[in-house]
Structure formats: C-alpha cells, structure tokens
Design a protein around this ligand. Sequence first.
Ligand code: PAF
Length: 285
Amino acid sequence: MTVVAHTIAEVRQAVSQWRREGKTIGLVPTMGYLHEGHQSLIDQAVHDCDCVVVSVFVNPTQFGPGEDLESYPRDFNHDFALCEAAGAALVFHPEPEELYYPNRSTTIHMAELSEELCGKSRPIHFDGVCLVVAKLFNIVTPDKAYFGQKDAQQLLIIKRMVRDLNFPLEVVGCPIIREADGLAKSSRNTYLSEAERQAAVVLSRAIACGRELAASGERDPHAITQAMREVLAGEPLADVEYVEIVSQACVKPVEGLIDEPILCAIAVRIGTTRLIDNFFFDPNA
Ligand code: PAF
C-alpha cells in the first residue's frame, strides 16, 4: 500500500519505522507530472531498495523570475496512481510552507559546475535544486537517491554536493527515456503544439549526430558541435541556446582534443518551450 505524506513529521515517522525493521530506503525526487522517465527511476529504486519514497514538489526556489513556476504542469492524482502502480511505499507531497520557513536564511551555492550550460541562462536554478535536494536528503535519509541523466548537469551537481557535504548516500544516475521518435521524455513536452512537437525531434537527431561522430573517433569538440548545429539549423522552429561539450569533472568547455569523459549538452527553444538533451562520452572506455 502506498501512503501520502504532506508533512516532514509523517515522513520521519515512516522512515524511523523502516529503519527499526532494518529496511533500505530509496528516494526519487520529482516535481510531479510523472512520465515514463520518472517511472524508470522509481522502477530502479524499487528494484534496489526495500522502501521507496517519491517526492512530488514543484520547488519554487529553483525557478527564476519570469520562468514557468505557476504554469508548471501538475496532476497529483495521476502521479499518485503511477507511484502506487510502480510500488513506491510513500509519496511525499508537501506544500511550499512545509519545506520553507518564511525567514529561512540558509542557502547552498554550487560554484563552478553551475556556471556553464543551463546555469548561464538560469543563474539561481542549481542553487535552488541543491537546497531542496539537500533538505529532502535530510528528511528522508535515503541509502540511495535516483536522478535522470536527462538533466545531466543537475546529476553532476548533485553528485558533487553529496561528496562535498558528506551525505551518507549513493546517487544513482539513470538513462534518458525517449519517445518512439527519439524526443527525450519531459514534463515540459506537454507545452508543445502539434507542429512544435514534430519540430522537437530535431534535438535527438542532433544528439545522435554528435554521439555517432564521437563514437567513430572524432575528438575535435568544435567539429562535433558544428555538425550538431547544422542539424539544428535545418529546423526553422528551433532557436538554439547552446550546443556545448564540457568536461564531466568540472563542467567547463573542453579546450583542445577530447581526452577525458565529456558531457555534450544542448538547449533549444521550440516556440516558447525550452528543451534540453545530451549524451555522455568517455574516449577511454
Ligand atoms: O529534476 C527535477 O525534477 C528537480 O530539479 C528536482 C531534482 C526534483 C528538484 O526539485
């Protein structure tokens, strides 16, 4: 049976009981409007851990002014049904007031890793993500926490925060789940009109192009990103924000040839909807 908790006290009570029973705990943090991408995280967590907590919380501190906090899609009944069917033990669905004191004064600043890619256009985003994820870690005290590679910069940042702040847990990164035509699953795909939805497939085509070039031995980051830009340029509805190859270690652009594990990431606006996609590549693997 899956239970819903709206308060921190309810979560702590359930977690204490599980700990007394010697059970392992998995956490899947989400902002709700769950799709097959989230489901794959929950499935992995249910496979690995005795008890799985899914948090469903549209976190205000990670949205900048003018971003889609108010319009972000929400459907808790659907989310609960998905969590229940997937075998989650508890769904944590707090109000913002439960997580954030009006006079809160503690922040987390992720330096360096948050400066490139999405951090350039969303300067407060990753600090807000770190803050809420750190709070969820303290509330749920999971053994393992699951994040999608779709948000690759976020995944690298959470791993760094866990290392730097000595959280006693393992961060598990899970592969990107795609639609049949290749578009990476995202709650924001629901913003797309029919024509935009068709145009959006250009992101995964650009990613496939870059990945194939890297796999076939191309080591010049500019040659790879240029070829990807050409694919994106073929779609009139695509407005490119960035196409970048960065080091996985420091999330800074790779200078010279690729000789370390990299993240190749893109952000593209299709109409007013900002979409992201990426691939990881290790030249030494
Ligand atoms: O990836 C997300 O959905 C959010 O950034 C997260 C990790 C749930 C924090 O609000």
